[in-house]
Design a protein around this ligand. Structure first.
Ligand code: FES
Length: 273
């Protein structure tokens, strides 16, 4: 790629207080080697459009707030180098399949509602132990492998933006909520499959997935939601046929002898809530 001195940002702008519909605007900003799409947005804001709105926080691909369409593909603005895009025009739009709140800010509320409805947390009967823990729920490295990949999700919404089913079917829960539901179903410490399958067998469950696989292609964390959804379908069919092995959530276990905190690592602070 030839050395660039400037880069053109083509931004989808929309202010519901003044605009009837979203429109594109262009801005030129200086380019420096190593600049990310997010850095460029800050430059646009500083030099041309102080009212430009988007979400970002960590600037290191961890918080999941800067998901947006970058040159037509969902991705993280902080994790995308301008030089990787192979041109001097960076087109940025809000994630599709969501209403737009303003400029590059999508309304992710429906995604988080669906996430909540699929009980994305450990469900167990021992409430007392969970409220006032006395030990750990022990788990082997092999058991961890069953869900580790799916636990890398940062809820950025890129998979939801890439999913053609979610684009046309407002009832479908979408890849992120379903993958996170499977992440807990596959966790050896969890006993919540029976509660989750009430929703999963219904019309919000995985059955509407056509296995386009776009969710896995665009996921910036390598989570592979398409795989999680296919495993989930299989588990639900086994459960319907009463062939699914009912797992008991692992019991709370005292720390193993000889396994302890390494020297120099301080204890966790006392819980305040
Ligand atoms: Fe946190 Fe991009 S700003 S993931």
């Amino acid at each position: 790629m030839t050395a660039m001195k400037e880069v053109t940002y083509r931004l989808r702008r929309f202010d519901p207080a003044h605009d009837e519909a979203p429109h594109w605007e262009e801005y030129r900003v200086p380019f420096t080697e190593g600049m990310t799409v997010l850095d460029g947005l800050w430059k646009v804001k500083e030099l041309h459009a102080p009212g430009l709105a988007w979400r970002s926080s960590c600037r290191m691909g961890v918080c999941g707030s800067c998901g947006m369409m970058i040159n037509g593909k969902p991705g993280l603005a902080c994790n995308t180098q301008i030089s990787e895009l192979g041109g001097s025009v960076v087109a940025v739009a809000p994630l599709p399949n969501f209403a737009i709140i303003r400029d590059l800010v999508p309304d992710l509320g429906p995604m988080f509602d669906a996430h909540r409805a699929l009980l994305p947390y450990l469900l167990r009967d021992d409430t007392e132990e969970q409220e006032r823990p006395t030990a750990e729920y022990w788990q082997s490295p092999e058991e961890l492998e069953h869900y580790l990949q799916f636990s890398y999700c940062i809820k950025c919404g890129c998979c939801m933006a890439g999913c053609p089913t979610y684009a046309t079917d407002p009832v479908y829960s979408g890849p992120m909520p379903l993958t996170q539901s499977h992440r807990y179903n596959a966790d050896g410490r969890d006993g919540g499959f029976a509660a989750r399958k009430v929703v999963l067998f219904g019309e919000r469950g995985p059955w509407r997935c056509h296995y386009a696989g776009e969710c896995s292609r665009v996921c910036p964390k390598g989570v592979d939601p398409a795989k999680a959804i296919q495993i989930m379908k299989r588990e639900l069919v086994f459960s319907y046929l009463r062939l699914r092995k009912q797992k008991c959530p692992s019991a709370a276990t005292k720390r193993l002898e000889g396994v302890g905190r390494r020297e120099g690592i301080p204890e966790a602070p006392v819980r305040t809530v």
